[in-house]
Design a protein around this ligand. Structure first.
Ligand SMILES: Nc1ncnc2c1ncn2[C@@H]1O[C@H](COP(=O)(O)OP(=O)(O)O)[C@@H](O)[C@H]1O
Ligand SMILES: [Mg+2]
Length: 262
């Protein structure tokens, strides 16, 4: 596949993916077609394998079996850095912003992989880094604006509420204009007003060239923003469908009933 082809909208296609650790099956025969231009939800009880699935997509984990393709491009053998360069981006379950940097600078870290002078040069007050730094700052501000939190660009994380920090983390993940964006429990720790802001922001991120996958326990958020939802249970795909189909699926109701952790 040419570099140009990678820029076109491509689905992320997973076939027969299995992952185990020392005899413990974490994922079994997962087959998923994650469409570009949609928001895909991935739900399931704790320990279902959702984060492990993300780790397989980004190359952090090496599944024993199966294939992952972005369009025609097979990703086995492509290391995490190579997948990042292809446009894979993610946020993590826990807020991971650097307290010493302003919000704009934190978002600029997301441009690392595309920086020609290198990340350090772009941060140091040297001539070769200066032009790049100002270009990166513009892109970081644009990303913060897209998430609706431009006004905090020059503030530090310690001064800001969790909802704003979460939106800024997502700004960092989209600053480099990814093809695949994986968000792991973005609403965790947020209050209902913050979750509402997150929901609006996610809907604005839906774009033709982006495969956007959201792992989340907040069912209202998932039902509100997703086009398609896949349900994982103990490493297996239990159900897939539109929000209404998932809501009414008896297997899904059974898996969630009695799990007060959700
Ligand atoms: N690096 C690892 N080594 C051993 N077991 C792991 C590792 N990563 C995940 N697991 C196991 O895989 C299962 C699924 O975990 P995880 O993917 O974190 O689930 P979820 O994100 O759905 O809560 C758990 O039983 C977990 O202990
Ligand atoms: Mg998880």
């Amino acid at each position: 596949m040419s570099a140009q082809a990678v820029l076109e909208p491509h689905p992320l296609v997973v076939q027969d993916l299995s992952l185990s650790f020392g005899g413990i099956q974490v994922l079994q025969h997962i087959a998923l077609h994650l469409k570009s231009g949609e928001i895909t939800g991935l739900i399931g009880p704790n320990g279902a394998g959702k984060t492990s699935f993300f780790n397989c997509l980004t190359g952090l984990y090496s599944p024993q079996q199966g294939s992952i393709r972005l369009g025609d491009l097979r990703l086995e053998g492509v290391p995490p850095t190579g997948r990042a360069a292809l446009g894979f981006s993610r946020s993590f379950q826990h807020v991971a912003l650097c307290p010493e940097l302003t919000m704009a600078e934190n978002v600029m870290i997301g441009l690392d992989r595309q920086s020609s002078a290198g990340w350090l040069d772009a941060f140091l007050p040297l001539p070769r880094g200066k032009a790049e730094r100002s270009r990166n700052r513009e892109r970081a501000l644009a990303a913060l604006e897209r998430l609706g939190v431009l006004e905090v660009a020059d503030e530090y994380p310690a001064q800001l509420p969790p909802g704003v920090l979460r939106l800024a983390e997502i700004a960092r993940a989209i600053a480099g204009n990814p093809r695949v964006l994986l968000l792991d429990e973005p609403a965790a720790g947020l209050n209902s007003v913050e979750t509402g802001d997150l929901s609006s922001a996610l809907k604005r991120l839906r774009a033709p060239g982006l495969v956007l996958v959201v792992v989340e326990h907040d069912m209202d958020l998932i039902m509100e923003v997703c086009d398609t939802i896949h349900v994982l249970n103990v490493g297996r795909l239990l159900a897939s469908g539109a929000p209404d189909q998932i809501r009414g699926n008896p297997d899904v109701v059974r898996v969630y009933l009695g799990d007060d952790d959700e």
